[in-house]
Design a protein. Structure first.
Length: 200
């Protein structure tokens, strides 16, 4: 999940796509072009990432910390430290708070999106929290526990666990469509499970 996710998300930031339609002619295939490249450097590998387009910030998991980069300049603007085995970052801009999934610590760290200061750790109800997302439909943060067949549901307003969801296998990655569905990659079964977000 590491490099291909980084590449896919950076392409979403750095690439521009256009589709031309002329008269009754069929649409042409999108054409992409690299606008700029960022040499980020620093120690630690990569895993998941999140983008705050409104604030021009890119949040990158770097093994033991979250690195924050300005998407206009490509320069690092700060870090969230002490996130052992961090896999992913979920953003809740309306509350000015973010959440990191810390795989080695079995915790989620809540942090202030403006100052990047930690607001506290939340113990998950499984092992190795991996994928994490904010589901707009339910206004819940969901963290998918990679060594457990479950997901932990967090209320971002109170920063507390409000439920545990049983899954059909071990989750690796997930995305919500914002309209009531969550797509979960069940890694050990080689399948994608589609859940109604009402299950939270």
């Amino acid at each position: 999940m590491t490099m291909h996710l980084l590449h896919a998300a950076l392409l979403g930031i750095l690439l521009s796509s256009s589709t031309a339609i002329a008269g009754d002619a069929a649409p042409t295939a999108p054409s992409d072009a690299v606008l700029r490249r960022f040499a980020l450097g620093g120690t630690g590998g990569w895993d998941d990432l999140s983008v705050d387009a409104a604030q021009h910030r890119l949040y990158l998991s770097r093994s033991d910390r979250v690195m924050v980069v300005d998407t206009l300049s490509g320069k690092a603007v700060g870090e969230l430290p002490n996130t052992s085995g961090v896999h992913g970052i979920a953003l809740v801009p309306a509350l000015h708070v973010g959440f990191s999934s810390n795989g080695k610590a079995d915790t989620v760290t809540a942090f202030d999106l403006v100052t990047l200061k930690p607001l506290g750790d939340i113990k998950v109800t499984g092992s190795n929290p991996d994928a994490i997302l904010y589901d707009q439909a339910t206004q819940r943060v969901i963290v998918f526990n990679g060594r457990s067949t479950n997901a932990t549901v967090i209320d971002p307003a109170t920063r507390s666990v409000v439920g545990t969801i049983a899954l059909d296998g071990r989750p690796e990655f997930a995305r919500a469509d914002g309209k009531g569905r969550v797509f979960v990659n069940i890694e050990d079964k080689g399948e994608v499970s589609v859940k109604s977000s009402a299950f939270v």
